[in-house]
Design a protein around this ligand. Structure first.
Ligand SMILES: Nc1ncnc2c1ncn2[C@@H]1O[C@H](COP(=O)(O)OP(=O)(O)OP(=O)(O)O)[C@@H](O)[C@H]1O
Length: 301
Protein backbone atom coordinates (compact mmCIF):
# COMPACT_ATOMS: atom_id res chain seq x y z
CA UNK A 1 0.00 0.00 0.00
CA UNK A 2 1.46 3.33 -0.96
CA UNK A 3 -1.17 5.86 0.09
CA UNK A 4 -0.64 7.53 3.47
CA UNK A 5 -3.68 9.81 3.43
CA UNK A 6 -6.70 9.44 1.21
CA UNK A 7 -9.32 12.18 1.31
CA UNK A 8 -12.42 11.66 -0.79
CA UNK A 9 -15.27 14.15 -1.20
CA UNK A 10 -14.92 15.65 2.26
CA UNK A 11 -17.29 18.45 3.26
CA UNK A 12 -17.75 20.06 6.64
CA UNK A 13 -20.23 22.74 7.61
CA UNK A 14 -20.52 24.86 10.71
CA UNK A 15 -24.12 26.05 10.54
CA UNK A 16 -24.40 27.92 7.26
CA UNK A 17 -20.63 28.20 6.82
CA UNK A 18 -19.01 25.61 4.58
CA UNK A 19 -15.53 25.09 6.04
CA UNK A 20 -14.66 22.23 3.64
CA UNK A 21 -16.33 21.84 0.29
CA UNK A 22 -15.94 18.48 -1.46
CA UNK A 23 -12.20 18.19 -0.90
CA UNK A 24 -10.40 15.19 -2.43
CA UNK A 25 -6.70 14.40 -2.64
CA UNK A 26 -4.20 11.78 -1.62
CA UNK A 27 -0.78 11.92 -0.05
CA UNK A 28 1.64 9.13 -0.86
CA UNK A 29 3.73 7.38 1.75
CA UNK A 30 7.06 9.11 2.22
CA UNK A 31 5.87 12.39 0.70
CA UNK A 32 6.64 15.82 2.16
CA UNK A 33 3.38 17.59 1.40
CA UNK A 34 2.30 21.17 2.03
CA UNK A 35 -1.23 22.39 2.61
CA UNK A 36 -1.39 26.11 1.97
CA UNK A 37 -4.12 28.67 2.30
CA UNK A 38 -5.03 31.99 3.86
CA UNK A 39 -6.75 32.34 7.24
CA UNK A 40 -10.04 30.54 7.32
CA UNK A 41 -9.26 28.39 4.27
CA UNK A 42 -10.12 25.21 6.17
CA UNK A 43 -6.66 23.81 6.89
CA UNK A 44 -7.21 23.26 10.59
CA UNK A 45 -10.70 21.86 9.98
CA UNK A 46 -9.23 19.32 7.58
CA UNK A 47 -6.56 18.35 10.10
CA UNK A 48 -9.16 18.01 12.84
CA UNK A 49 -11.13 15.66 10.62
CA UNK A 50 -7.95 13.70 9.86
CA UNK A 51 -7.27 13.32 13.55
CA UNK A 52 -10.87 12.35 14.25
CA UNK A 53 -11.42 15.45 16.38
CA UNK A 54 -14.13 16.80 14.11
CA UNK A 55 -16.34 14.63 11.98
CA UNK A 56 -16.87 15.55 8.35
CA UNK A 57 -20.49 15.79 7.14
CA UNK A 58 -19.67 14.03 3.91
CA UNK A 59 -16.86 12.01 2.43
CA UNK A 60 -14.24 9.66 3.78
CA UNK A 61 -10.72 10.02 5.10
CA UNK A 62 -8.28 7.17 5.46
CA UNK A 63 -4.93 7.28 7.20
CA UNK A 64 -2.67 4.38 6.20
CA UNK A 65 -5.80 2.62 4.97
CA UNK A 66 -7.79 3.16 8.18
CA UNK A 67 -11.06 5.05 8.03
CA UNK A 68 -10.99 7.96 10.49
CA UNK A 69 -14.62 7.37 11.50
CA UNK A 70 -15.14 3.59 11.41
CA UNK A 71 -11.59 2.60 12.29
CA UNK A 72 -10.76 5.59 14.47
CA UNK A 73 -8.19 3.96 16.79
CA UNK A 74 -5.97 2.56 14.05
CA UNK A 75 -6.29 5.75 12.02
CA UNK A 76 -5.30 7.81 15.06
CA UNK A 77 -2.40 5.46 15.88
CA UNK A 78 -0.99 6.04 12.40
CA UNK A 79 -1.09 9.81 12.81
CA UNK A 80 0.93 12.31 14.83
CA UNK A 81 -0.46 15.82 14.93
CA UNK A 82 1.48 18.87 16.06
CA UNK A 83 -1.28 21.37 16.80
CA UNK A 84 -1.23 25.05 16.02
CA UNK A 85 -2.04 25.97 19.58
CA UNK A 86 0.09 25.12 22.58
CA UNK A 87 -2.07 22.68 24.54
CA UNK A 88 -0.58 21.29 27.74
CA UNK A 89 -1.12 20.65 31.41
CA UNK A 90 0.94 23.22 33.33
CA UNK A 91 1.38 20.93 36.33
CA UNK A 92 3.19 18.13 34.51
CA UNK A 93 6.88 18.02 33.76
CA UNK A 94 8.04 17.55 30.19
CA UNK A 95 8.77 13.86 30.77
CA UNK A 96 5.43 13.28 32.52
CA UNK A 97 3.67 14.92 29.60
CA UNK A 98 5.30 12.46 27.21
CA UNK A 99 4.75 9.43 29.45
CA UNK A 100 1.11 10.42 29.81
CA UNK A 101 0.70 10.80 26.08
CA UNK A 102 2.27 7.35 25.55
CA UNK A 103 -0.29 5.94 27.95
CA UNK A 104 -3.05 7.53 25.90
CA UNK A 105 -1.87 5.36 23.02
CA UNK A 106 -1.59 2.30 25.27
CA UNK A 107 2.21 2.29 25.21
CA UNK A 108 3.70 1.38 28.60
CA UNK A 109 7.49 1.27 28.51
CA UNK A 110 8.45 4.09 26.19
CA UNK A 111 11.42 5.57 28.06
CA UNK A 112 14.10 4.85 25.47
CA UNK A 113 12.10 6.54 22.71
CA UNK A 114 11.11 9.44 24.97
CA UNK A 115 14.80 9.98 25.81
CA UNK A 116 15.64 9.98 22.14
CA UNK A 117 12.89 12.47 21.35
CA UNK A 118 14.01 14.74 24.19
CA UNK A 119 17.56 14.60 22.90
CA UNK A 120 16.68 15.21 19.26
CA UNK A 121 14.52 18.18 20.18
CA UNK A 122 17.08 19.70 22.56
CA UNK A 123 14.85 19.07 25.57
CA UNK A 124 17.02 16.71 27.60
CA UNK A 125 17.89 19.35 30.17
CA UNK A 126 14.27 20.36 30.49
CA UNK A 127 12.96 16.82 31.02
CA UNK A 128 12.05 17.49 34.65
CA UNK A 129 10.97 21.09 34.25
CA UNK A 130 7.32 21.94 34.66
CA UNK A 131 5.55 22.75 31.42
CA UNK A 132 4.47 26.15 32.71
CA UNK A 133 8.12 27.12 33.32
CA UNK A 134 9.12 26.61 29.67
CA UNK A 135 9.48 29.33 27.07
CA UNK A 136 7.06 29.33 24.14
CA UNK A 137 9.66 27.80 21.83
CA UNK A 138 10.41 25.00 24.29
CA UNK A 139 6.70 24.30 24.72
CA UNK A 140 6.42 24.04 20.97
CA UNK A 141 9.21 21.44 20.96
CA UNK A 142 7.26 19.43 23.53
CA UNK A 143 4.22 19.58 21.24
CA UNK A 144 6.37 17.99 18.52
CA UNK A 145 7.69 15.30 20.88
CA UNK A 146 4.14 14.63 22.07
CA UNK A 147 2.96 14.08 18.51
CA UNK A 148 5.69 11.49 18.00
CA UNK A 149 5.53 9.36 21.17
CA UNK A 150 3.73 6.54 19.35
CA UNK A 151 6.08 6.66 16.35
CA UNK A 152 3.36 7.46 13.84
CA UNK A 153 4.16 6.85 10.17
CA UNK A 154 2.24 10.00 9.20
CA UNK A 155 3.00 13.35 10.81
CA UNK A 156 0.93 16.50 10.40
CA UNK A 157 2.30 19.86 11.48
CA UNK A 158 -0.23 22.68 11.70
CA UNK A 159 1.70 25.92 11.24
CA UNK A 160 4.57 24.74 13.40
CA UNK A 161 6.67 27.85 12.91
CA UNK A 162 4.08 30.47 13.83
CA UNK A 163 5.77 32.66 16.44
CA UNK A 164 8.91 30.55 16.49
CA UNK A 165 12.40 32.08 16.41
CA UNK A 166 14.83 31.49 13.58
CA UNK A 167 17.03 29.04 15.48
CA UNK A 168 14.16 26.78 16.52
CA UNK A 169 12.66 27.04 13.08
CA UNK A 170 15.86 25.69 11.55
CA UNK A 171 16.34 22.89 14.07
CA UNK A 172 12.69 21.94 13.75
CA UNK A 173 13.02 21.69 10.00
CA UNK A 174 16.19 19.65 10.28
CA UNK A 175 14.41 17.23 12.57
CA UNK A 176 11.32 17.00 10.37
CA UNK A 177 13.53 16.46 7.34
CA UNK A 178 15.29 13.66 9.20
CA UNK A 179 11.94 12.04 9.94
CA UNK A 180 10.99 12.31 6.30
CA UNK A 181 14.31 10.78 5.23
CA UNK A 182 13.56 7.90 7.61
CA UNK A 183 10.35 7.25 5.67
CA UNK A 184 7.73 9.25 7.58
CA UNK A 185 5.07 11.00 5.56
CA UNK A 186 4.95 14.70 6.43
CA UNK A 187 2.06 17.10 5.91
CA UNK A 188 2.73 20.70 6.72
CA UNK A 189 0.23 23.53 6.81
CA UNK A 190 1.52 27.04 6.48
CA UNK A 191 0.69 30.52 5.24
CA UNK A 192 4.10 30.84 3.70
CA UNK A 193 4.83 29.63 0.21
CA UNK A 194 8.54 30.13 0.92
CA UNK A 195 8.43 27.65 3.76
CA UNK A 196 6.75 25.05 1.63
CA UNK A 197 9.19 25.72 -1.19
CA UNK A 198 12.28 24.58 0.62
CA UNK A 199 10.87 21.39 2.04
CA UNK A 200 7.88 20.03 0.24
CA UNK A 201 7.44 17.92 -2.85
CA UNK A 202 3.83 18.77 -3.64
CA UNK A 203 1.78 21.74 -2.61
CA UNK A 204 -2.00 21.86 -2.22
CA UNK A 205 -3.86 25.13 -1.87
CA UNK A 206 -7.17 25.57 -0.12
CA UNK A 207 -9.36 28.58 -0.47
CA UNK A 208 -12.64 28.98 1.39
CA UNK A 209 -12.83 25.25 1.91
CA UNK A 210 -12.09 24.27 -1.68
CA UNK A 211 -8.99 22.71 -3.13
CA UNK A 212 -7.92 25.16 -5.82
CA UNK A 213 -4.50 23.84 -6.74
CA UNK A 214 -2.43 20.72 -6.23
CA UNK A 215 0.91 20.79 -7.97
CA UNK A 216 4.42 19.47 -7.67
CA UNK A 217 6.56 22.19 -6.14
CA UNK A 218 8.65 22.61 -9.28
CA UNK A 219 5.61 23.42 -11.36
CA UNK A 220 4.30 25.93 -8.87
CA UNK A 221 7.69 27.51 -8.43
CA UNK A 222 8.23 27.71 -12.13
CA UNK A 223 4.98 29.62 -12.37
CA UNK A 224 5.93 31.73 -9.42
CA UNK A 225 9.35 32.57 -10.70
CA UNK A 226 7.73 34.81 -13.25
CA UNK A 227 8.70 33.03 -16.40
CA UNK A 228 6.10 31.57 -18.65
CA UNK A 229 5.87 31.28 -22.37
CA UNK A 230 2.58 31.33 -24.30
CA UNK A 231 2.89 29.39 -27.53
CA UNK A 232 0.54 29.09 -30.47
CA UNK A 233 1.53 25.92 -32.30
CA UNK A 234 0.55 24.41 -35.62
CA UNK A 235 -0.53 21.22 -33.82
CA UNK A 236 -1.18 19.73 -30.39
CA UNK A 237 1.37 20.24 -27.63
CA UNK A 238 4.11 17.57 -27.81
CA UNK A 239 3.84 15.05 -24.95
CA UNK A 240 7.33 15.96 -23.78
CA UNK A 241 6.05 19.44 -22.84
CA UNK A 242 2.85 18.40 -21.05
CA UNK A 243 4.56 18.53 -17.66
CA UNK A 244 5.36 22.22 -18.13
CA UNK A 245 1.87 23.25 -19.18
CA UNK A 246 0.14 25.51 -16.69
CA UNK A 247 -2.96 26.45 -18.69
CA UNK A 248 -4.42 27.22 -22.08
CA UNK A 249 -5.31 30.81 -22.95
CA UNK A 250 -6.86 32.06 -26.22
CA UNK A 251 -5.68 28.96 -28.08
CA UNK A 252 -2.17 29.34 -26.69
CA UNK A 253 -0.42 26.78 -24.56
CA UNK A 254 1.13 28.46 -21.54
CA UNK A 255 4.24 26.67 -20.31
CA UNK A 256 6.27 27.33 -17.18
CA UNK A 257 9.96 27.96 -17.70
CA UNK A 258 12.21 26.89 -14.84
CA UNK A 259 14.88 29.26 -16.19
CA UNK A 260 15.17 31.46 -19.25
CA UNK A 261 17.36 28.86 -20.96
CA UNK A 262 14.48 26.37 -20.73
CA UNK A 263 12.94 28.21 -23.67
CA UNK A 264 15.59 26.56 -25.87
CA UNK A 265 14.50 23.14 -24.67
CA UNK A 266 10.85 23.97 -25.34
CA UNK A 267 11.58 25.15 -28.87
CA UNK A 268 13.75 22.10 -29.54
CA UNK A 269 10.88 19.82 -28.48
CA UNK A 270 8.50 21.74 -30.77
CA UNK A 271 10.88 21.36 -33.73
CA UNK A 272 11.43 17.70 -32.98
CA UNK A 273 7.65 17.14 -33.06
CA UNK A 274 7.64 18.70 -36.54
CA UNK A 275 5.50 21.64 -35.40
CA UNK A 276 5.69 25.31 -36.21
CA UNK A 277 5.50 28.17 -33.75
CA UNK A 278 2.75 30.54 -34.95
CA UNK A 279 3.13 32.94 -32.08
CA UNK A 280 5.27 33.25 -28.96
CA UNK A 281 4.90 35.57 -25.99
CA UNK A 282 6.83 35.64 -22.77
CA UNK A 283 4.54 36.16 -19.80
CA UNK A 284 5.86 37.91 -16.71
CA UNK A 285 4.35 37.10 -13.34
CA UNK A 286 5.79 37.05 -9.87
CA UNK A 287 5.21 34.69 -6.99
CA UNK A 288 2.80 37.02 -5.29
CA UNK A 289 0.68 37.37 -8.41
CA UNK A 290 0.44 33.63 -8.98
CA UNK A 291 -0.56 33.02 -5.40
CA UNK A 292 -3.05 35.89 -5.32
CA UNK A 293 -4.56 34.82 -8.65
CA UNK A 294 -5.09 31.32 -7.36
CA UNK A 295 -6.60 32.67 -4.17
CA UNK A 296 -8.91 34.91 -6.19
CA UNK A 297 -10.24 31.77 -7.75
CA UNK A 298 -9.12 32.33 -11.30
CA UNK A 299 -8.53 28.59 -11.60
CA UNK A 300 -11.88 27.57 -10.23
CA UNK A 301 -13.91 30.06 -12.21
N1 LIG B 1 -15.82 25.14 15.67
C1 LIG B 1 -16.14 26.01 14.73
N2 LIG B 1 -17.37 26.57 14.71
C2 LIG B 1 -17.74 27.44 13.75
N3 LIG B 1 -16.94 27.81 12.70
C3 LIG B 1 -15.71 27.28 12.67
C4 LIG B 1 -15.25 26.35 13.67
N4 LIG B 1 -13.98 25.99 13.34
C5 LIG B 1 -13.67 26.66 12.22
N5 LIG B 1 -14.70 27.43 11.81
C6 LIG B 1 -14.72 28.26 10.58
O1 LIG B 1 -14.39 27.44 9.48
C7 LIG B 1 -13.56 28.13 8.56
C8 LIG B 1 -12.25 27.39 8.37
O2 LIG B 1 -11.47 27.53 9.55
P1 LIG B 1 -10.07 26.82 9.76
O3 LIG B 1 -9.62 27.11 11.15
O4 LIG B 1 -10.16 25.41 9.34
O5 LIG B 1 -9.13 27.61 8.72
P2 LIG B 1 -7.56 27.64 8.59
O6 LIG B 1 -7.27 27.49 7.16
O7 LIG B 1 -6.97 26.64 9.52
O8 LIG B 1 -7.22 29.10 9.07
P3 LIG B 1 -5.95 29.65 9.88
O9 LIG B 1 -4.86 29.76 8.90
O10 LIG B 1 -6.44 30.97 10.36
O11 LIG B 1 -5.68 28.68 10.99
C9 LIG B 1 -13.38 29.52 9.14
O12 LIG B 1 -14.31 30.39 8.50
C10 LIG B 1 -13.69 29.37 10.60
O13 LIG B 1 -14.21 30.55 11.15
Amino acid sequence: MSTAIDIVGVSKRYGTLTALDDVSFSVRQGEFFALLGPNGAGKTTLISALAGLARQDEGTIRVMGHDTVHDFRDARMALGVVPQELVFDPFFTVRETLVFQSGYFGIKRNDAWIDELLFKLGLTEKANANMRALSGGMKRRVMVAQALVHRPPVIVLDEPTAGVDVELRQSLWDFVQELNDAGHTIVLTTHYLEEAETLCGRIAMLKRGRLIALEPKEKLLAQSAGREVALKLSGPLPAALEALKTREEDGRQVLALTEPAALETVLAAVREAGLEVRDLTLVETDLETVFVNMMRGSRTA
